[in-house]
Write a protein that binds this ligand. Structure first.
Ligand SMILES: Nc1ccn([C@@H]2O[C@H](COP(=O)(O)OP(=O)(O)OP(=O)(O)O)[C@@H](O)[C@H]2O)c(=O)n1
Ligand SMILES: [Mg+2]
Length: 399
């Protein structure tokens, strides 16, 4: 066994010493079998949350009603979840109530996909009643038991199927795939927050192109925020190999390909509940992309857009034109670096200087003059020195 499992072994041992069972479960076990990077391990136990709290002095209650306790142990934190079945479901969301149980098998049975329903004990022994290992070997995503039941229990699992398809490049087992189409409509019961997490993982997956196509083919996209009207746009989206785009660029490319109206971009991104900072970045990229497809960068554009946006815009532009993703990027970088200033605050002149030079009271004229100076400096009509600016302004005034 390797880290981060190794450090967690004493924690499992301690739970066992108290007479309960404890196992590694879920994504971390799947990922170790896949040889993927593992951030943190999830632990499942037969002990109830109260029993876990009694064993460990330092715990955080993050959702006792769902059976999850965070245990602070050896300088790390671990999510420890009691074996459970999700007896009652409301509206295809996660259960309103869970039943704690003492059987590992019953716990694994209510999990989404066979590859996610493998447990590993502290000696590295796998408990795999639903043949998850085989699914991993055969590269298939298959629900544990009936797809209909798993998807009705928690409809987000359909999005998860497509996002694992994107991340892992696995196939989707036939009946699981058919259920995606049949039960797609259940996704409307799921919160935007949960959809967003899966959608962004999907957009970052290496098989994203086919995953987007699958969202389309299954009709799942219809139940994603703001996406329903854009069937045709979505088909444009998966024509391109977007492997080199980062998440903000993916959003910008999506908006561009869906041809979302200028006036609706903001509400589209808000409907997805993206953070404001991200929305701003995406909107900037879309704005400049629309300009860029009509004309080349000018000095003014480079200055106004800023390097980060230039880079993102140009990458998407290259993608749209079947050019190597970094084509001209170095060149633009150099052009940007060569700008005499990068922002107005770098101008070597202040409002006070202007008042002094022109012996006039404060007013809108100051802003106008500063803008003129800014443009002149960027275009190298005057150098960015206080005295040069003064002489240039006075000369302008006389003409
Ligand atoms: N809707 C869900 C969400 C999770 N799970 C179960 O809970 C585990 C942990 O869930 P989560 O961390 O959300 O997903 P991971 O599979 O661990 O994927 P990731 O690596 O992206 O965290 C899953 O493996 C799966 O067994 C489930 O059955 N149904
Ligand atoms: Mg996980």
């Amino acid at each position: 066994m390797k880290e981060p499992f190794l450090s967690a072994i004493p924690l499992l041992t301690k739970i066992e010493d108290e007479g309960y069972e404890a196992y590694f479960v879920g994504g971390s076990v799947r990922d170790v079998l896949l040889g993927r990077e593992i951030d943190d391990v999830d632990i499942a136990t037969s002990a109830t949350p109260q029993e876990i709290q009694a064993i460990f002095p330092k715990t955080i209650d993050v959702g006792v009603e769902h059976g999850t306790i965070v245990v602070l142990y050896g300088g790390r934190t671990y999510e420890v979840t009691t074996f459970r079945t999700e007896s009652e479901y409301e509206d295809c969301r996660r259960p309103s109530e869970v039943q704690f149980i003492r059987s590992l098998r019953e716990d694994l049975k209510r999990r989404d996909f066979t590859m996610n329903a493998i447990a590993m004990d502290r000696t590295g022994q796998l408990i795999d009643p639903f043949y998850g290992r085989q699914a991993i070997e055969n590269k298939v995503i298959q629900t544990v038991g009936k797809a209909e039941e798993r998807f009705s229990e928690d409809a987000l699992r359909m999005m998860r199927a497509v996002r694992f398809f994107s991340q892992l490049n696995f196939g989707i087992e036939t009946t699981t795939g058919e259920a995606l189409i049949q039960y797609a409509h259940l996704l409307k019961h799921i919160s935007t927050e949960r959809k967003l997490i899966e959608f962004e993982k999907l957009l970052a997956g290496k098989n994203r192109r086919n995953a987007l196509e699958m969202l389309h083919a299954t009709g799942l996209y219809t139940y994603l925020p703001g996406m329903a009207p854009y069937s045709e746009g979505l088909t444009r989206m998966y024509k391109y190999d977007t492997a080199n785009l980062i998440i903000e660029e993916m959003w910008a490319f999506l908006i561009y390909q869906l041809r979302i109206n200028e006036s609706e971009i903001n509400s589209f991104l808000k409907a997805w509940k993206l953070p404001i900072k991200k929305i701003k970045k995406v909107i900037q990229i879309v704005k400049w992309l629309k300009i860029r497809v009509k004309m080349d960068w000018t000095v003014d554009f480079l200055y106004e857009a800023g390097m980060e946006t230039i880079l993102s815009t140009e990458k998407i532009y290259n993608l749209l034109h079947n050019q190597e993703i970094n084509y001209r990027i170095d060149d633009l970088y150099q052009q940007y670096e060569a700008l005499p200033i990068k922002q107005r605050s770098e101008l070597n002149v202040t409002g006070n200087d202007l008042q002094l030079w022109f012996q006039k009271k404060q007013g809108p004229w100051i802003k106008e003059k500063l803008e003129r100076v800014e443009k002149a400096v960027i275009h190298r009509k005057v150098s960015n020195h206080n005295q040069s600016i003064r002489e240039w302004l006075i000369a302008c005034n006389q003409n």
